[in-house]
Design a protein around this ligand. Sequence first.
Ligand SMILES: [Zn+2]
Length: 264
Amino acid sequence: MTLTESNYYSSESNMEFMSVSQYKQFKKCEAAAMAQIRGEWEQPKSTALLVGSYVDAWFEGTLGKFRLENPQIFKKDGSLKADFQQASEIVDRVQADYLFMEYMSGKKQVIRTAELFGCRWKIKIDSRLRDKIVDLKVMRSMERIMGKSFVEYWGYDLQMAIYAAVEEKAKGRKKPLSTYLAVVTKQVPSDLEIIEIPKWRRDELLHEVECSMPHILAVKSGAIEPERCGVCEYCRETKKLKEPIDFELVGLSTAERKAIFGTL
Ligand SMILES: [Zn+2]
Protein backbone atom coordinates (compact mmCIF):
# COMPACT_ATOMS: atom_id res chain seq x y z
CA MET A 1 0.00 0.00 0.00
CA THR A 2 1.05 3.62 -0.55
CA LEU A 3 1.11 5.60 2.65
CA THR A 4 -0.60 8.96 2.83
CA GLU A 5 -1.49 11.43 5.57
CA SER A 6 -4.94 9.81 5.87
CA ASN A 7 -3.96 6.12 6.07
CA TYR A 8 -0.62 6.48 7.89
CA TYR A 9 -2.03 5.46 11.29
CA SER A 10 -4.58 2.92 9.95
CA SER A 11 -4.78 -0.65 11.20
CA GLU A 12 -3.99 -1.86 7.67
CA SER A 13 -0.80 0.19 7.52
CA ASN A 14 0.24 -0.94 11.02
CA MET A 15 -0.17 -4.55 9.88
CA GLU A 16 1.93 -4.05 6.76
CA PHE A 17 4.63 -1.79 8.23
CA MET A 18 6.71 -1.64 11.37
CA SER A 19 7.04 1.79 12.98
CA VAL A 20 9.15 3.09 15.85
CA SER A 21 6.12 3.37 18.14
CA GLN A 22 5.01 -0.16 17.19
CA TYR A 23 8.52 -1.45 17.90
CA LYS A 24 8.59 0.25 21.30
CA GLN A 25 5.12 -1.13 22.06
CA PHE A 26 6.31 -4.66 21.22
CA LYS A 27 9.27 -4.23 23.57
CA LYS A 28 6.95 -2.97 26.32
CA CYS A 29 4.02 -5.38 25.90
CA GLU A 30 3.52 -7.79 23.00
CA ALA A 31 -0.15 -8.41 23.82
CA ALA A 32 -0.93 -4.67 23.78
CA ALA A 33 1.04 -4.22 20.54
CA MET A 34 -0.95 -6.98 18.81
CA ALA A 35 -4.29 -5.62 20.10
CA GLN A 36 -3.32 -2.20 18.76
CA ILE A 37 -2.30 -3.57 15.36
CA ARG A 38 -5.59 -5.47 15.08
CA GLY A 39 -7.42 -2.27 15.91
CA GLU A 40 -8.94 -3.86 19.04
CA TRP A 41 -7.39 -1.43 21.47
CA GLU A 42 -6.15 2.13 21.46
CA GLN A 43 -3.76 3.85 23.84
CA PRO A 44 -5.88 6.51 25.57
CA LYS A 45 -4.96 9.99 24.29
CA SER A 46 -3.72 12.07 27.19
CA THR A 47 -3.90 15.85 27.45
CA ALA A 48 -0.08 15.87 27.55
CA LEU A 49 0.01 14.18 24.12
CA LEU A 50 -2.55 16.60 22.72
CA VAL A 51 -0.48 19.60 23.83
CA GLY A 52 2.42 18.17 21.79
CA SER A 53 0.10 17.66 18.82
CA TYR A 54 -1.05 21.28 19.10
CA VAL A 55 2.55 22.51 18.73
CA ASP A 56 3.14 19.99 15.91
CA ALA A 57 0.06 21.29 14.10
CA TRP A 58 1.26 24.87 14.42
CA PHE A 59 4.61 24.02 12.81
CA GLU A 60 2.84 22.09 10.08
CA GLY A 61 0.50 25.00 9.41
CA THR A 62 -2.57 22.88 10.19
CA LEU A 63 -3.62 24.44 13.49
CA GLY A 64 -7.02 25.45 12.09
CA LYS A 65 -7.80 21.83 11.20
CA PHE A 66 -6.47 20.62 14.57
CA ARG A 67 -8.76 23.06 16.42
CA LEU A 68 -11.78 21.82 14.46
CA GLU A 69 -10.95 18.16 15.10
CA ASN A 70 -10.30 18.66 18.82
CA PRO A 71 -13.09 20.86 20.18
CA GLN A 72 -12.26 19.59 23.69
CA ILE A 73 -9.31 21.99 23.83
CA PHE A 74 -11.70 24.96 24.15
CA LYS A 75 -13.69 26.21 27.12
CA LYS A 76 -17.40 26.97 26.73
CA ASP A 77 -16.66 30.65 26.14
CA GLY A 78 -14.48 29.74 23.14
CA SER A 79 -11.13 30.51 24.77
CA LEU A 80 -8.39 27.87 25.03
CA LYS A 81 -8.21 25.65 28.11
CA ALA A 82 -5.19 26.32 30.34
CA ASP A 83 -3.07 23.46 28.88
CA PHE A 84 -3.56 24.73 25.34
CA GLN A 85 -3.13 28.34 26.33
CA GLN A 86 0.28 27.09 27.47
CA ALA A 87 0.82 25.30 24.13
CA SER A 88 0.19 28.60 22.44
CA GLU A 89 2.80 30.26 24.72
CA ILE A 90 5.27 27.48 23.81
CA VAL A 91 4.78 28.37 20.15
CA ASP A 92 5.55 32.04 20.97
CA ARG A 93 8.67 30.99 22.88
CA VAL A 94 10.20 28.83 20.12
CA GLN A 95 9.36 31.45 17.51
CA ALA A 96 11.63 33.86 19.36
CA ASP A 97 14.62 31.50 18.99
CA TYR A 98 16.49 31.65 15.71
CA LEU A 99 18.31 28.29 15.93
CA PHE A 100 15.16 26.41 16.98
CA MET A 101 13.19 27.88 14.08
CA GLU A 102 16.01 27.15 11.62
CA TYR A 103 16.03 23.45 12.61
CA MET A 104 12.24 23.36 12.38
CA SER A 105 12.21 25.08 8.98
CA GLY A 106 12.45 21.88 6.91
CA LYS A 107 9.80 20.02 4.97
CA LYS A 108 7.09 18.91 7.42
CA GLN A 109 5.66 15.44 8.12
CA VAL A 110 7.69 13.70 5.41
CA ILE A 111 6.60 10.05 5.04
CA ARG A 112 9.23 7.49 3.99
CA THR A 113 9.25 3.69 3.82
CA ALA A 114 12.09 1.18 3.46
CA GLU A 115 12.96 -2.44 4.13
CA LEU A 116 15.06 -2.97 7.26
CA PHE A 117 15.80 -6.11 9.30
CA GLY A 118 13.30 -8.34 7.51
CA CYS A 119 10.28 -6.04 7.25
CA ARG A 120 9.09 -2.74 5.82
CA TRP A 121 9.22 0.31 8.09
CA LYS A 122 7.32 3.58 7.91
CA ILE A 123 8.50 6.88 9.33
CA LYS A 124 7.11 10.40 9.45
CA ILE A 125 9.72 13.16 9.81
CA ASP A 126 8.69 16.38 11.61
CA SER A 127 11.23 18.57 9.79
CA ARG A 128 13.51 17.34 6.98
CA LEU A 129 16.23 19.71 5.88
CA ARG A 130 18.78 19.18 3.11
CA ASP A 131 21.31 17.57 5.47
CA LYS A 132 19.34 16.75 8.60
CA ILE A 133 16.31 15.13 10.19
CA VAL A 134 14.70 16.97 13.11
CA ASP A 135 12.02 15.69 15.46
CA LEU A 136 10.05 18.07 17.65
CA LYS A 137 9.54 17.08 21.30
CA VAL A 138 7.31 18.93 23.73
CA MET A 139 8.41 17.65 27.14
CA ARG A 140 7.38 18.18 30.75
CA SER A 141 11.04 18.88 31.54
CA MET A 142 14.51 17.80 30.41
CA GLU A 143 15.38 16.30 33.79
CA ARG A 144 16.93 12.84 33.98
CA ILE A 145 14.50 9.97 34.57
CA MET A 146 15.57 7.01 36.75
CA GLY A 147 19.23 7.86 36.23
CA LYS A 148 18.93 8.14 32.45
CA SER A 149 18.76 11.07 30.06
CA PHE A 150 15.14 11.59 28.98
CA VAL A 151 16.33 11.00 25.39
CA GLU A 152 17.42 7.48 26.25
CA TYR A 153 14.56 6.79 28.70
CA TRP A 154 11.87 7.54 26.08
CA GLY A 155 13.84 5.92 23.23
CA TYR A 156 14.14 9.14 21.21
CA ASP A 157 17.69 8.10 20.23
CA LEU A 158 16.28 4.81 18.93
CA GLN A 159 13.65 6.74 16.98
CA MET A 160 16.35 8.83 15.29
CA ALA A 161 18.39 5.68 14.54
CA ILE A 162 15.46 4.16 12.63
CA TYR A 163 14.51 7.45 10.96
CA ALA A 164 18.03 8.01 9.61
CA ALA A 165 18.37 4.40 8.43
CA VAL A 166 14.97 4.33 6.69
CA GLU A 167 15.49 7.77 5.09
CA GLU A 168 18.98 6.78 3.87
CA LYS A 169 17.63 3.61 2.27
CA ALA A 170 14.48 5.19 0.84
CA LYS A 171 16.49 7.93 -0.87
CA GLY A 172 19.45 5.69 -1.79
CA ARG A 173 21.92 7.97 0.00
CA LYS A 174 25.59 7.10 0.40
CA LYS A 175 25.49 8.15 4.04
CA PRO A 176 22.67 8.90 6.48
CA LEU A 177 21.57 12.42 7.42
CA SER A 178 22.40 13.92 10.82
CA THR A 179 19.64 13.66 13.42
CA TYR A 180 18.45 16.16 16.01
CA LEU A 181 15.70 16.62 18.56
CA ALA A 182 14.20 20.10 18.85
CA VAL A 183 13.01 20.08 22.45
CA VAL A 184 10.82 22.58 24.27
CA THR A 185 9.47 22.10 27.79
CA LYS A 186 6.10 22.91 29.30
CA GLN A 187 7.81 24.47 32.30
CA VAL A 188 7.17 28.10 33.14
CA PRO A 189 9.32 29.58 31.74
CA SER A 190 9.97 27.01 28.96
CA ASP A 191 13.39 25.51 28.44
CA LEU A 192 14.53 24.68 24.93
CA GLU A 193 17.39 22.81 23.28
CA ILE A 194 18.56 21.32 20.02
CA ILE A 195 20.06 17.89 20.82
CA GLU A 196 22.18 15.88 18.41
CA ILE A 197 21.90 12.07 18.34
CA PRO A 198 25.31 11.06 16.93
CA LYS A 199 25.80 8.27 14.41
CA TRP A 200 27.74 6.04 16.82
CA ARG A 201 24.77 5.99 19.19
CA ARG A 202 22.37 5.32 16.32
CA ASP A 203 24.54 2.41 15.15
CA GLU A 204 24.53 0.93 18.65
CA LEU A 205 20.73 1.07 18.76
CA LEU A 206 20.26 -0.25 15.21
CA HIS A 207 22.20 -3.32 16.30
CA GLU A 208 19.80 -3.77 19.25
CA VAL A 209 16.79 -3.45 16.93
CA GLU A 210 18.30 -5.98 14.51
CA CYS A 211 18.67 -8.49 17.36
CA SER A 212 15.07 -7.98 18.55
CA MET A 213 13.36 -8.14 15.17
CA PRO A 214 13.23 -11.92 14.50
CA HIS A 215 11.21 -12.49 17.69
CA ILE A 216 8.95 -9.46 17.12
CA LEU A 217 8.21 -10.52 13.53
CA ALA A 218 7.42 -14.05 14.69
CA VAL A 219 4.90 -12.65 17.18
CA LYS A 220 3.46 -10.24 14.62
CA SER A 221 2.97 -13.04 12.07
CA GLY A 222 1.17 -15.16 14.66
CA ALA A 223 3.87 -17.85 14.86
CA ILE A 224 4.53 -17.06 18.53
CA GLU A 225 1.85 -16.22 21.10
CA PRO A 226 2.23 -12.59 22.29
CA GLU A 227 3.30 -12.26 25.93
CA ARG A 228 1.30 -10.10 28.32
CA CYS A 229 3.50 -7.73 30.34
CA GLY A 230 0.93 -7.86 33.12
CA VAL A 231 1.24 -4.23 34.19
CA CYS A 232 0.30 -1.91 31.28
CA GLU A 233 -3.07 -0.24 30.61
CA TYR A 234 -4.09 -2.94 28.13
CA CYS A 235 -3.16 -5.78 30.50
CA ARG A 236 -5.06 -4.14 33.36
CA GLU A 237 -8.10 -3.58 31.17
CA THR A 238 -8.24 -7.19 29.95
CA LYS A 239 -7.03 -8.91 33.13
CA LYS A 240 -8.80 -12.07 34.34
CA LEU A 241 -7.79 -13.42 37.72
CA LYS A 242 -7.07 -17.17 37.72
CA GLU A 243 -5.59 -17.81 41.15
CA PRO A 244 -4.01 -15.95 44.04
CA ILE A 245 -0.41 -14.92 43.48
CA ASP A 246 2.55 -15.03 45.85
CA PHE A 247 3.13 -11.78 47.74
CA GLU A 248 6.66 -11.49 46.34
CA LEU A 249 5.33 -11.24 42.77
CA VAL A 250 3.16 -8.16 43.37
CA GLY A 251 3.87 -5.21 41.09
CA LEU A 252 6.33 -7.04 38.84
CA SER A 253 5.95 -7.28 35.07
CA THR A 254 6.27 -10.65 33.34
CA ALA A 255 9.80 -9.73 32.23
CA GLU A 256 10.79 -8.77 35.79
CA ARG A 257 9.35 -12.00 37.19
CA LYS A 258 11.37 -13.97 34.67
CA ALA A 259 14.54 -12.01 35.46
CA ILE A 260 14.17 -12.53 39.20
CA PHE A 261 12.62 -15.97 39.48
CA GLY A 262 13.50 -17.67 36.19
CA THR A 263 10.84 -18.83 33.70
CA LEU A 264 7.38 -18.77 35.22
ZN1 LIG B 1 0.78 -5.27 28.94
